[in-house]
Design a protein around this ligand. Sequence first.
Ligand code: 6PG
Length: 238
Amino acid sequence: MSNSMEIQRFPTPEAMQDAAAALVLEAARQAVAERGRCILALSGGRTPVGLYARLSAPPILAAMPWDRCHFFMADERLVPLDHEHSNFGQANRLLLSRVPVPAANLHPMPVDRPTPAQAARVHAEELSAFFGGPPVFDLVLLGLGPDGHTASLFPDRLALDAMGPVAGEPEPGLPPRTPRLTLTFEALNRARTVLFCATGSEKTALVDRISADPEEAAEDIPAARVRPAGRLLWFLAP
Ligand code: 6PG
C-alpha cells in the first residue's frame, strides 16, 4: 500500500486536464518501455471528457503508443455499449474511435449478461486470462462522486466489500440507477498508478477530509479506500 497521496491543485479544469493528459502519456511510455504494453482502466462521468479530447488531438495523438495500449473500464452500466449511459460508449465516442488503437486492445465489460453478478464473474475470468493472474493496471483513471463514490463503489452498497477483482452493483447510490459492474478495491489497489481527477469545492472538501485522516474518511467516503500499491495522484481544480 502506498502511504501517501500526491495532491496537485490547478487553477482551472483545463489546466488539470492538460496535466492529466501529460501524465497519461508519460505513464504509457514508461509502461511500454518497461513491460512492452500499457494497461489502462477508464472511468465514466463528465470529468474525463476534456482529457479524452486532449488525448485524441495533437500533439498527444501522435505521441501515444496506441498500438501497445489496452483499455479496460473501471466501471460500467449494464446497458448496450452504444447507449448514452455506457461508460465504454462515451470513451469510444470521444477517444477510442478517434485514435489508432487496435480493436483487439479494447476490453469493454460484458454488459449482455442477465445479472450484474453473472457479468462480474465473466469479467473476472476475462481479467484473469488477460493478466495471467490478478489484474495489475498500469494506470487507472478515476473520478469522485459528490457522495464520495468512485468507479461504482457507492457508500453502503454491496460492491464495497466484494471479494475478487470485479463486483456487480445492482443498486447504485445515484441516478441513473442502472445495475453496474465495477472494479473492486482489491483490483484498484494493485494498480501501479491511480489518478483521480475532480473539480469543484464540494469534491475538494471530500479530498481534504481524505488527506487529513484517511482512516476516518474511509468510513463513509469509498474513494478513501483506494490506496494502491503504486502511486496515488489527486488532480483537483475549481
Ligand atoms: C460513472 C463513473 C463515476 C464517476 C463519478 C464522477 O460511471 O459515472 O465512473 O465513478 O467517475 O461519478 O463523475 P463526474 O466526473 O461526472 O463528476
